[in-house]
Design a binder for this molecule. Structure first.
Ligand code: AMP
Length: 279
């Protein structure tokens, strides 16, 4: 594995990549099994695997956890090495951004509901950095580029699909299932903020989604009723939103099997967690 810390080096080392299919996994580091599942899939499906680790400042809002976001470079490097990654790209902020940058705006509706309401501007930053990383990985025109994203960040995934479509990017986006701990908690780099007590409280989030999926299996498809039941399971948490949307992220009155995502965002203590299921 080669660790690459500069853009010139990345261009150089990928010079002959036009002969290869490339799997790209963008991350913010503090890697866990969720990230690893993306890397494994990329490894299985491509000749070359590139992972990036970059804690992107433009997607953090004022007062969010940019400064305390977990950074574990040494462990991450080991994990990537052991997982058969070919190139680990770890750029600095100065390399990725000018002082006076042009920006990308997330779509006015889908980019500013749910996650985009509480975190207005968050997706502008996400799309901006993902576009930059895509362009770097596309620089030497790989034979095929696949980029791997977790369904855990469902709205992000849908917006990236849209960006690829709107900007005519030659990239296949591969959605990857949510990886959970054995007790159901969706893995997240932010889980390290939880105390023992908070962690056990946080389990209500995945339980509420399980409850929703059970209701759907029992043929209860009414969104309002499902949401009511989910609130009961989440009664001890400070819920930010529960939403039932289709794959286009439009709120729907009734679950449509095969085209529905049920999402929860909640505070657990001071930690904000998100989770969802695709039905
Ligand atoms: P992050 O480092 O949080 O920016 O995440 C990098 C990628 O890993 C994103 O595509 C996430 O959706 C994905 N990811 C994070 N947690 C999980 C998880 N528990 N299961 C599957 N994918 C995940």
């Amino acid at each position: 594995m080669t660790i690459v810390n500069s853009i010139e080096e990345l261009k150089e080392i990928t010079q002959d990549f036009s002969r290869y299919s490339v799997g790209f996994v963008p991350t913010m580091g503090a890697l866990h099994e969720g990230h690893l599942s993306l890397i494994r899939k990329a490894r299985e499906e491509n000749d070359k695997v590139i992972v990036s680790i970059f804690v992107n400042p433009t997607q953090f809002l004022e007062g969010e956890d940019l400064d305390k976001y977990p950074r574990r470079d040494e462990a991450d490097i080991k994990i990537c090495e052991l997982s058969g990654v070919d190139i680990l790209f770890m750029p600095s902020i100065d390399m990725m951004y000018d002082r006076d940058e042009l920006s990308i705006s997330a779509p006015a509706i889908r980019g500013f509901i749910l996650e985009g309401t509480k975190r207005a501007g968050h997706f502008n930053g996400v799309l901006q950095i993902v576009m930059k990383l895509f362009n770097l990985v596309l620089y030497n025109r790989p034979a095929k580029l696949r980029a791997y994203f977790g369904k855990k960040d469902a709205q992000q995934l849908v917006l990236i699909w849209q960006m690829v479509k709107n900007y005519f990017l030659n990239i296949e986006i591969v959605p990857c299932d949510i990886i959970r701990d054995s007790d159901g908690l969706a893995l997240s780099s932010r889980n390290v903020y939880l105390s023992k007590e908070e962690r056990s409280k946080a389990l209500a989030i995945s339980r509420s989604l399980k409850r929703a999926s059970k209701l759907v299996m029992q043929n209860e498809l009414n969104s309002a009723k499902i949401i009511d039941e989910m609130y009961k399971v989440l009664s001890e948490l400070e819920v930010e939103y529960i939403a039932i949307v289709n794959r286009e992220f439009k709120q729907i009155d009734n679950v449509e099997i095969g085209d529905t995502i049920i999402l929860v965002a909640s505070l657990v203590g001071t930690t904000r967690l998100i989770d969802n299921i695709w039905i």
